[in-house]
Design a protein around this ligand. Structure first.
Ligand code: NDP
Length: 268
């Protein structure tokens, strides 16, 4: 039986085991997929132990994506430039290989599941962690205008590919900018039940999407967006499913169907 896992903390509510089991079933693959909680300090040893016990590959989530990036011996462009790895596996040469499917997962979700055309759109991204950088890289090929607002201002190592991206902190984002088409909450503030310092002006008549999700209720960011005039507010469930499908493709070179997962996870 193929052995995979997700590493991170907290993982209690992670849907990844369910999602990957469902993908595996589509192809008749027998899969064992576990949650392995680890702090940054514990991660290297837990990952080594996992591999020694037959682990083939893994997903990595908050707060370990940068640690995974540091451990990988072979990196995709997206992983290298976002300094974050959310999917890893031991390749044919036995080397630990890492990729970041977060950005492409969000783009696929927006375009294919939500029918949002991105070309020419003005997009505001809140946060500049691993997920945000992966998203910026995925958006760069789509002729969009990207503004990023974060507490700390560092675009490196996105380098030249980020040259069209404008970066601000929450205090110096100019007032009265033209309205945004899409606002993406890529901060981890929700994990502590918080919101980043938001300005209602940013959300007026836009589509809002929170990378975070809660199957039972709207996230605080979604509620805030709707209360302040957003046209529509989405959570990160679609991105979660699409980035998982991209991980599965890296492991098996097979493209699972994502549509059935929405009904399964939402219990509809
Ligand atoms: P990182 O730790 O790499 O980055 C976190 C970001 O959030 C940083 O930019 C940080 O700012 C910012 N931040 C944290 N707390 C606050 C706050 N109170 N106010 C303002 N900004 C804050 O995390 P990731 O990029 O990996 O993940 C970000 C979020 O997206 C997480 O909640 C994660 O669960 C979710 N996610 C969801 C996915 C999905 O498939 N739905 C996929 C990937 C991520 P600073 O740099 O200033 O510290």
């Amino acid at each position: 039986m193929d052995y995979f896992a997700i590493f991170g903390s907290p993982l209690a509510h992670s849907l990844s085991p369910q999602i990957h089991q469902a993908f595996a079933e589509q192809f008749g693959i027998a899969l064992r997929y576990e949650k392995i909680e680890a702090s940054k300090e514990q991660f290297p040893k837990r990952l080594r132990d996992f591999h020694q016990q037959g682990g083939r590959g893994a997903n990595v989530t908050f707060p370990l994506k940068n640690e995974a990036f540091k451990l990988c011996e072979v990196l995709s462009t997206s992983a290298k430039e976002s300094e974050a790895v959310n999917t890893l596996f031991w390749n044919e040469q036995g080397l630990l290989q890492g990729d970041s499917t977060d950005g492409e997962g969000l783009v696929r979700d927006l375009i294919h599941n939500k029918n949002i055309a991105l070309k020419g759109k003005r997009i505001l991204i809140l946060g500049l962690g691993g997920a945000a950088k992966s998203i910026i890289l995925a958006l760069m090929s789509l002729e969009v205008e990207v503004l990023v607002v974060n507490r700390t201002c560092q675009l490196t190592p996105l380098g030249s590919r980020s040259c069209g991206v404008r970066l601000f902190n929450y205090r110096n984002l100019p007032k009265n900018l033209p309205l945004f088409d899409l606002v993406i909450n890529a901060t981890s503030a929700s994990l502590d039940g918080q919101l980043p310092p938001l300005d209602p002006y940013w959300i007026k008549s836009t589509v809002a999407i929170d990378l975070n999700y809660d199957l039972k209720r709207q996230t605080p960011f979604m509620r805030w967006a709707q209360e302040n005039g957003a046209k529509k507010a989405y959570d990160g469930l679609g991105m979660l499913i699409e980035q998982a499908a991209l991980s599965f493709e890296l492991w098996y070179q097979k493209k699972p169907s994502t549509q059935p997962l929405f009904a399964t996870l939402l219990g509809t």
